[in-house]
Write a protein that binds this ligand. Structure first.
Ligand code: DHE
Length: 555
């Protein structure tokens, strides 16, 4: 089988590996210093082989920052192993393996020492830096409030094209392009729509946040919120955007109107230990953001809907547990606990800390956002944590490194199940959400990354992102949990990530290649309806499915 040239070039893209590995047991690594001459040689190696992905001054770009501050829980021998052999589930290539000898053993060791050497680059990114970075492309108040084209505004798609750092605005009825525009370098994570679907917000790995006005097909404003960013989440009312960052270790809350910073919160646990942020999420019924912390055993909840104290002024409480409709069955004591938990003096966006037994990197929530399912990357168990009581309610045996962020739910034989692909093993794990038992492992032709369905479709789709069969896509019958068809949309090229139209009648799939395609399938007959050439299309996001938190799509 022909290997996609994209996969080879993609392989040179991210050393996310360092951060995909969790090193809970690793002893903290001390900063090392190198003699000046050795450092100069290592720096040259870095510039030649690593800089395009990991950024000037090792501050991170497409790949993460490589600085002692960010590698504190990562042992040097593991770093050497990653440089030698690459890292699964990321695009980090092997530099000295059985198949590749790009670097010698000494060069790999020198590079590993170099990344633990302190950098002279400033690692701070202050509110002043954020404000100074702002680029106002258009004055929003002067732009029309009506869409300047004719289409069902709920059935539009944004398709991210990683190949040339662009995005396409697609009509989900005609599958015609309405716009193609430049994005920042290396977007990651799903873009987030405003609740009315008019605006879409993008985050790039190097911290840029962009606001695109769909009605006017214009990027209106951009700001650099951090040096190295993970992802963003938007509040229910569309007022706030939270940005989770590796560098600095913080979350930044932006006003969505003009992307001005409202609050920067350094991510430290209750003992003051600093942590990178794995990811941020919106929990709609709770009116709060959930923050996954990578280096400490805490999860944060940040409520954003304040109830003013009409008599005394200031904040009376935060809307959340006690007020969210799915929470009505919760006991009053829990509701009180929620209220007492918050320090009224902490001002807007207080932090509610939830201690966990283990580090948690990847999350999924039940549809009511009462329970969080989290996994540590190096663990064989998932934890289920009740966000209200802050207690662990179950452990789930999860081998294969599930990619929970891509998980979806549906009703199976009268109960709610949750299914997730696995990054290390060729299987889909299906879990009963009442008993938290694994009820089935569906064998696939290789490890996968993304999974999707739609309430109106009998099928769930999953890719085989890794390994020799990465051109395959499985279609699973949700009522039998069996694979009913395996498609090979473009033989020899990586097929990955699907999304449904608003009504669930069509499925859009990426041929994840520089010379790639967007392929539209009839979701019932599984026949191809249209093929559109695209430059390494990655994720695609339907306005309606996203803003209505459709069960079959990522949130
Ligand atoms: Fe992603 C979403 C984490 C590598 C493409 N990825 C996410 C989310 C998280 C995450 C937490 C959900 C956030 C959201 O959508 O707001 N991704 C990670 C990793 O930890 C990992 C394994 C290592 C890393 O580099 O950070 C990783 N991801 C990748 C890639 O290598 C991919 C394939 C290419 C790329 O763009 O870098 C990739 N991730 C994506 C995409 C989404 C995503 C396209 C959104 C999926 C969706 O449907 O919503």
């Amino acid at each position: 089988m022909t290997k996609s040239p994209f996969l080879r070039s993609l392989a040179v893209v991210i050393l996310s590996s360092f951060f995909a590995i969790d090193t809970a047991q690793a002893a903290p690594t001390k900063n090392t210093s190198m003699p000046a001459t050795e450092q100069a040689v290592a720096k040259k190696l870095y510039q030649t082989h690593c800089q395009s992905c990991h950024g000037v001054n090792r501050l991170g770009a497409m790949g993460p920052a490589l600085l002692p501050e960010n590698l504190a829980r990562f042992r040097k021998d593991k770093a050497i192993n990653v440089i030698n052999n690459g890292r699964s589930a990321t695009q980090m290539p092997a530099f000295n393996s059985a198949l590749t000898k790009t670097l010698s053993k000494d060069e790999v060791e020198s590079l590993a020492s170099y990344i633990y050497t302190p950098s002279k680059a400033s690692l701070s990114w202050t509110v002043a830096d954020i404000n100074a970075s702002k680029i106002q492309h258009f004055d929003q108040s002067k732009l029309p409030n009506e869409a300047q084209f004719d289409a069902d505004l709920m059935n539009l798609f944004i398709v991210v094209e990683l190949g040339d750092h662009s995005a396409t605005l697609l009509d989900g009825d005609t599958f015609e392009r309405l716009d193609r525009f430049k994005t920042r370098f290396a977007l990651h994570g799903g873009p987030k729509y405003s609740p009315d679907g008019r605006f879409v917000f993008f985050a790039s790995r190097d911290g840029w946040i962009s606001k695109y006005d769909i009605y006017n097909r214009k990027t209106v404003v951009e700001v650099r919120a951090a040096i190295n960013t993970r992802n963003i989440a938007i509040s229910n009312d569309g007022q706030y955007l939270i940005v989770g960052n590796y560098l600095p270790n913080n979350v930044v809350i932006l006003n969505t109107r003009d992307l001005s910073p409202l609050k920067v919160i350094a991510t430290k646990d209750s003992d003051g230990v600093s942590s990178r942020v794995s990811a941020v999420y919106n929990a709609p019924p709770r009116h709060s953001f959930i923050v996954a912390l990578k280096d400490v055993k805490e999860v944060w909840e940040i409520p954003y809907l304040a109830i003013p104290n009409k008599k005394k002024g200031g904040v009376e409480a935060y809307k959340g547990l006690a007020h969210a409709s799915p929470m009505k069955s919760q006991s009053k004591a829990q509701a009180e606990g929620w209220k007492l938990d918050l320090n009224k003096k902490s001002g807007q966006f207080p932090i509610r800390r939830i201690k966990t037994d283990d580090y948690l990197n990847d999350f999924f929530f039940d549809p009511d956002y009462i329970n969080l399912i989290g996994t540590a990357r190096n663990s064989h168990n998932g934890q289920v944590i009740n966000l209200d009581t802050k207690k662990k309610v179950a452990s789930i045996a999860l081998t294969g490194m599930p990619h929970l962020g891509s998980g979806i739910t549906w009703n199976y034989q009268g109960k709610q199940v949750f299914a997730s692909p696995n990054i290390k093993e060729g299987k889909i794990t299906v879990i009963d959400m009442e008993t938290w038992q694994v009820i089935k492992e569906i064998k696939t032709e290789g490890p996968g990354f993304f999974m999707r369905s739609h309430t109106n479709s009998p099928y769930a789709w999953t890719d085989v992102f890794f390994g020799p069969n990465n051109d395959k896509v499985h279609v699973i019958d949700k009522s039998t949990l069996e694979i009913v068809k395996t498609l090979s949309p473009s033989p020899g090229k990586n097929a990955a990530h699907v999304e449904f139209t608003k009504d669930g009648k069509y499925v859009l799939l990426s041929v994840w290649d520089m010379d790639g395609e967007l392929i539209v399938y009839d979701a019932e007959t599984l026949e191809i309806v249209k093929r559109m050439p695209m430059k390494k299309p990655s994720g695609k996001y339907n306005v309606f499915n996203k803003i209505s938190y459709e069960k079959g799509t990522s949130h």
